[in-house]
Structures are given as C-alpha cells and as structure tokens.
Design a protein around this ligand. Sequence first.
Ligand SMILES: Nc1ncnc2c1ncn2[C@@H]1O[C@H](COP(=O)(O)OP(=O)(O)OP(=O)(O)O)[C@@H](O)[C@H]1O
Ligand SMILES: [Mg+2]
Length: 455
Amino acid sequence: MASLIQVGLSYALKKKLESLFFVWALVRSSISVEVKRMFTTFLRRMIPFLNPYHVIEIHEHHREHMVHNKLYSMANAYLSDVCSHGANKLHAEVRSLSGKPFLTIAEEEEVVDTFRGAKLWWFASSCKPKYSTKSCNGEERFYRLTFHKKYRKLVEQEYLTHIFHEGREILARNRQRKLFTNIHSRGTGYSWTCVAFEHPATFDTLALDPATKRDIIEDLMSFREGKDYYKKIGKVWKRGYLLYGPPGTGKSTMIAAIANFLEYDVYDLELSAIKNNMELKKIFMETSSKSVIVVEDIDCSLNLTGKRVTKNKNDKNEAEAVTEGYDNANTVTLSGLLNSIDGLWSACEDEKIIIFTTNHVDKLDPALIRRGRMDMHIEMSYCTFEAFKVFARNYLEIETHHLFGTIEKLLLEVNVSPADVAEGLMSRSLRNADVDACLANLVEVLNLAKEDMNK
Ligand SMILES: Nc1ncnc2c1ncn2[C@@H]1O[C@H](COP(=O)(O)OP(=O)(O)OP(=O)(O)O)[C@@H](O)[C@H]1O
Ligand SMILES: [Mg+2]
C-alpha cells in the first residue's frame, strides 16, 4: 500500500516537473538574449547580497607555488588547542617523547570559536590539489572559516593575526625539542643535524647557591617576556651568558636546565669544525628562534684570544695576522665570531640565548665577553654547603642529618666540584644503601680530598 502511494506521488511530482520545464522552455525561447543576461546578472548579484556570511579558505599549501602555508599550521594548532572540545571526531598523535598526545580536528568536523563578540565557524575538509608536491600528492586539507560580514574587518585585521600568534605559541609548547650540532657534508657544506633533546636537568636539580639560582631564573623570565621591551629600546631580542668555573661545576648541566626552563632548542656549535667566517655566519643564520646557541670551552675552541682586526694588515706577517684574528679565508676569527653574534645578521629569527662556557675566563678577549655581548657572567664554583643541600634533597630526600655539620665544615676547607659530591652520594644511593652510609661515604671522599690538598 505504502509503495503504491509512493509511486502515485512520484508520478504526480514527475508530471508537475515536466510541465514546469515545458513552461520554462517556452519562456526561454520567447525572451531575448539580452533579458536572459540581465536576469542572470541580477541573480548573481542578489545571491551574495542576500547571504550575510563571508568565507575564507585556508589551504595547507599556497595555491600558486604549492609551498607550505604557515597560516594553515598555526590555525591547525590553534583549533586543536582552543576549540577541539567542540568536535565529535579528533585525530590523536604524539609529537614529543614526553608522550603528551596532540589532538587535531578530523575532516568534515565543524567547531565554533568566539573572538571579541564575533562568532566564527571553522570547518575542516580536504580537496584534490591543483598540483602535486612531495608532501601533498593525494589530498590537500583546508579549513573553511565562516563569519558574518559585519566582522570582516575584525577577521582580516585582527583575528587571523591572533590565530597566527596563538598557533605559533601552541606549536612551540607541543613540539619535540631538539639538540643540533654542526656537521660538514660534501654536498651542502656546513649544516645542522639534530636529535631529540631530552636532558633531565632542571633548576630544581641544579646544585647552586639559591640567590644565584633565583637571579638567573628572574633574568631568563624577563628575557622570555621581553619581546616588546627589546623592540622599544631598539635591541635585538637575544641575551648572552658566560658560564665559567673549574671542571665538573655544572656548566653543561646549567645549559640543559636553561633550555628546559625556556623550552628552547639547543644548538651546540663546534667552532673548531668550521672552516671560515663565511661558514660561521651561514651556520648562525640557520639557527631558529627560541633556541640556546652554545659554544663550550670557548678558550679551547680557537685562538680567539688575540686582538680584533686592525685595518693595516700589510704591517703584519701571516702568523701574527692569524693570532690577532684577521679575516682569513681559512680560519674563524674573533671578529668573525663577534660579527656572527651581534652583527646585522644576528637580527634574523631573534629570541635566542647565546652561552659560552670556559674553565679559564682570564684567557678570553675582553671584547668577546663584554657586557651587552655576554650580558650575564655566572661563576660556577666548587661545591658549597647550600649546593650540597640540593643534592641531599634530590638524591637522599633529606633536609637535615647529624652528619651535615661535619660536611659543612669540610666543604669550607676543601675545593671539591659538585660533580665529585654528586658522585660521592650516588655510588651508594644507587645500590639502595641507607642515608647514613651515603653521607658517611661523602665524608670519606671529602677527607681524602683534604689529605690530598695538605700533601
Ligand atoms: N651544580 C651542579 N648541579 C647538579 N649536578 C651537577 C652540578 N655540577 C656538576 N654536576 C654533576 O656532575 C656532572 C658533570 O657536570 P657538568 O658536565 O655540568 O660540569 P661542567 O662544569 O660542564 O664540566 P666541564 O668544565 O668539564 O665541562 C653532571 O653530569 C652532573 O650530574
Ligand atoms: Mg661541560
């Protein structure tokens, strides 16, 4: 019965449609081409006029050159972080070894965002790309952003920039941080190669005088938040730290703690592997923002202790020229290094920390470490009682002990590095020995050091 009615209805509908088409064919043939054109133009104008919404499509790649569209990546990160709760279907992936999942909005899903009172609809979709590239040969993803036309100015002038900046911050927070080192490859010359950066050191585990630690943390925080300030005073947004002190006092550990605190990548620059100033400049330019650039043992890296270039090169013989840092095609010189650190090129991709470490601060050229270039000079000293207490807290989970008095006295008498103290505590704590045994072992280490000193 139901199917009979259905057949009857569709038959009636078919008949109606047939008569409509017949009338339309009659009208079409009777009206002039001119009227037809006017009618179509009118319709074309009326449809957008009646539609109060505007649409912006943000594709994964630039339409013409098929290079990656940064706005797409930022929008993707932004929507995943801010609006993903509104989506029913999500994709999950892990981008860093920390294991934190990163959720992205699945295709054909719509989420809603609000910005300064404006409501914005984001629809995730994909299409066939016009051209195919290595990274995109099947489908190209895109977002369709829909908003009321009264918000057009707001979207163009503020919202898209807001998306870009927020997305960049979110990507930086979620990315896998990297440790780069410079290598020489036959084809491309000098370049960076990287591995995941997973050093566990933090300021909590760093054994250091609490006041110095606080100063460093405050300095780093004001650097990180100082974008507008640096711009206002006309300085490139970067900061230099010189870490100096005897071996095993925690200079390299401090670098890891700084990078972890700021969540920056680390570029470990091996100066002695670089051929000349030109290569050095190139390799500096290839570092990205939000990074710590490190030159360890700067006093040993190169002969950078001579004076800077003097113009009258002819007065010098070759050997003197090299020692005094002339711009030689086959060497990295002091002036080359200074230029790379804070010449005009250093302004590309700012927000960088530059750290030099040395065991012999007195050997360095004052020009290399003057304030403004190396803004903060941090002395990493032998182990103090305050530093020891950090180890005791971290390694043994104790705040006080009857042997603390003896250890404090011994630490005032002998020069032992934090590395030695850590080793003294660790050799036993690893084997689950009790606290008393660990501290007794350290007292023994300190007494031996005292005997050595007296000898
Ligand atoms: N201040 C410190 N806080 C915590 N651990 C430390 C500290 N100093 C040294 N250590 C421990 O000692 C080891 C060696 O320290 P680190 O490599 O940081 O010393 P360094 O100053 O860089 O030495 P070098 O001048 O020989 O390069 C580290 O692995 C770390 O475990
Ligand atoms: Mg070191």
